[in-house]
Design a protein around this ligand. Sequence first.
Ligand SMILES: [Zn+2]
Length: 326
Amino acid sequence: MKRMKTVKNTRKLYLFALFAAFAVQTLLATACTPARTPRAEEAALTPVPLAAGERLRVAATTTIVGDVVAQVGRDAVELTVLLRPGVEPHTYQPRPSDLAAVADAHVLFVNGLGLETFLEEMLENVGGDRPVVSVSAGIQPRQHPRQAGQSDPHVWFDVRNVMTWVESIEAALSALDPAHADTYAVNAADYRQELETLDRWIVEQVATVPEENRRLVTNHPAFGYFADRYGFQQVGTVYPVSPSAEPSAQDIAQLEEAILRQGVPAVFAENTVNPVLARQVAQDTGVALVPLYTGSLGEPGSGVESYIALMEYDVRAIVEALGGGR
Ligand SMILES: [Zn+2]
């Protein structure tokens, strides 16, 4: 029912995402092949009339989605990313400049799967009917571990899902701006190769961690796709649902008990959330507190200014904290 409301409010913007999700479900039901972005997207998006020298104006919500859009669009598009580095996406409140950027854009790319809780209201405020492309539309989501009926939006922690994002982004940009379709195809192919290298590297790195140490305690449940793909067990999280919902004293006590019982060597904090609770858990249990980048890229100068850099940083930190590496 909630889904219906979304469709009513933002109508054709979501139709294509819904259609894509439906097409993928049908595909999965009929054949056990991995989800591929349905080409139907192209039919739902029509070319934008651009004046000579005018570039496609593209907006993206999170810094991570923004970076992947930038890799596919490069110089052929004019990109505005709404969230700034280090800002927590779950609790984001759009600024007036965000509304102006979306109003001016030919297309808005979003993570989808409920990550951008601000999206529906923002689109109502902006008005108009630019397409909204959920880059995750071709992905079969995990269920949220603690919220029944909700999807886990943190798909980017499985690199293969970001390869699906690349297909969605390429298809959408090519449909809106067919004059640059070849450019988008080349950019997407180049970037997909980098992602394949990244995925292989992560598998190799994780293989150096002793199997009994492949246990994660993270700040909030953002690492489900990572655990599934790269072979970790999730022991627990400091915030059981999301960083906007405080854990109870009992939640914390149970987590600390699990850390001690299972001999977990580290608690991982994250760049978008104050680590005061994670630090308390680490101190109470006498294990290391290790920061990670989760819902946002790092600030300029951090060295974590791209999706690939984020994954490299996190994997190095996790592998080292859990006794792997050389
Ligand atoms: Zn999150």
